[in-house]
Design a protein around this ligand. Structure first.
Ligand code: URP
Ligand code: ZN
Ligand code: ZN
Length: 460
């Protein structure tokens, strides 16, 4: 199968030009002006943007969490990703404390194998670092192509590890050529504040927010950066939300350390005032919580300064009925919200169209940097000869309204219900196949493949 995309405005992380793109099989084979080649299919992209498919390196599909499962499975979640212009996701395998990493990996493989529509990979979340776990790190890196290891400094009693385990893990991951990533908030302080609020009968979603003040994130981000500096391991902080935490990354940079930083669409666009509306606020109960307007300004600034390299989603949806688990106690509301489908269009509409980021920066933070940081570049994250033909054709002018009535995520509310968005994903190519066209899915469950990633060294 061959496809030619004609006359599109090709945007990469560092280029902007009008050209034709010729695709043979799964990869791009030729890029140029007025290409005279025969193709099985021609797509006219005049007036459209042609960009690398999005890479969302932070999603939770079919994940057992807080007594339930996130409501998008591999088929619905990766399908929704494609509709929104994301062609690759990285999900988190969660080790069960007391069990091996392979035990968890097999469970995730059981749910994902043969079910995905877009390509995917795994981070391995280490929740119990001991001698057995240590011996599995090299197998993850060398045999499974899983080169990033997630840690939680919060969710005490479930996922959290202590600093002793953190440093041990960092040393081993460093030795094996991987990266340590972190949910950086101070689990002990959060635990204390949750208990305090519950004891005082303060049980509404607002107290989820008030149990995780900015200081819990800035302290843990700084502590993580310090431990990474000491061990030398490539380091990455997920879902950063606030000025204080970003300043810890800047502090690390001042001593010539590189700490990669990710934020998510919701932290750029939504704020904590959403928690002030009784139980409705549960829709946005996530960890860390939404913050203040001054934090949004800090995050946009950090993107433009290159301090934040990646905008992900932390997609972790729960049906409204699942959120009701916490109707009498905020600490029982499953943490997470839906975003996998809306990231690319929202960031374009609110970021590029409103003059907050450039088009090249948009491609960098939605695709290219994730491919580079996580060992997939240039197979993924760019439009270049030899790269996977994961390409989106995007209408920068089409306006539409976000709604749970029309989205494809398996969740019965939208975090952005009624938002007017300018810019729409029209056609999506997934490794050379048309995946989305005319608002319809064109590939079958199982087309999405697991991507083994390369070793990483913290240099992009
Ligand atoms: O609230 C969130 N973020 N849920 C998913 C788990 C995590 O911490 O990323
Ligand atoms: Zn987290
Ligand atoms: Zn997450």
């Amino acid at each position: 199968m061959s496809i030619i995309i004609k006359n599109g405005r090709v945007i990469t992380a560092d280029e902007d030009y009008v050209a034709d793109i010729f695709i043979e099989g799964e990869t791009v084979s030729l890029i140029g002006k007025n290409l005279q080649v025969k193709a099985d299919k021609t797509i006219d992209a005049a007036g459209k943007l042609v960009m690398p498919g999005g890479i969302d390196p932070h999603v939770h599909l079919d994940m057992p969490f807080m007594g339930t499962y996130s409501s998008d499975n591999y088929e619905t979640g990766t399908g929704a990703a494609l509709f929104g212009g994301t062609t690759m996701v990285i999900d988190f395998v969660l080790q069960t404390q007391g069990k091996s990493l392979y035990h968890a990996l097999e469970a995730w493989q059981g749910r994902s194998n043969g079910n995905a529509l877009c390509d995917y990979s795994f981070h391995m979340a280490v929740t119990d670092f001991n001698e057995n776990t240590k011996s599995e790190i090299s197998k993850m890196v060398n045999d499974e192509g899983i080169t990033s290891f997630k840690t939680f400094m919060a969710y005490k009693g479930a996922l959290m590890i202590d600093d002793r385990q953190m440093v041990g893990l960092m040393q081993e991951v460093m030795k094996q050529g991987g990266m340590v990533t972190v949910h950086a908030t101070n689990g002990d302080v959060i635990d204390f504040l949750i208990a305090k609020h519950r004891a005082e009968g303060k049980l509404a979603p607002l107290y989820h927010y008030l149990s995780q003040p900015e200081i819990t994130e800035s302290e843990a981000s700084g502590r993580f950066a310090d431990m990474a500096h000491y061990t030398g391991v490539p380091a990455y902080i997920v879902h950063m939300t606030c000025e204080g935490a970003i300043n810890q990354v800047r502090r690390a940079a001042q001593r010539n350390q590189k700490v990669f930083a990710e934020t998510c669409t919701q932290y750029l666009l939504l704020d904590a005032s959403l928690y002030e509306q009784n139980f409705e606020g549960a829709k946005w109960v996530m960890s860390p919580p939404l913050r203040e307007k001054k934090d949004q300004a800090a995050l946009w600034g950090a993107i433009n300064q290159g301090t934040v390299q990646i905008v992900a989603t932390d997609h972790c949806p729960f049906m409204w009925e699942q959120k009701q688990m916490g109707k009498d106690d905020f600490s029982k509301i499953p943490n997470g919200h839906p975003g996998i489908e809306t990231r690319m269009e929202l960031l374009f509409s609110e970021g590029v169209n409103k003059g907050k980021i450039s088009l090249n920066k948009y491609v960098e933070v939605t695709s290219t940097n994730a491919a580079k940081v996580f060992g997939m570049f240039p197979k993924k994250g760019c439009i270049a000869v030899g790269s996977d033909a994961d390409i989106i054709i995007f209408d920068p002018n089409e306006e539409h309204i976000l709604s749970a009535k029309t989205h494809h995520m398996h969740v019965d509310y939208s975090a952005y219900e009624g938002w007017k968005v300018k810019g729409k994903t029209k056609t999506v190519l997934m490794r050379g196949q048309i995946a989305i066209e005319n608002n319809a899915l064109k590939i079958q469950r199982g087309y999405g493949k697991f991507v083994k990633r390369n070793k990483v060294n913290g240099i992009i």
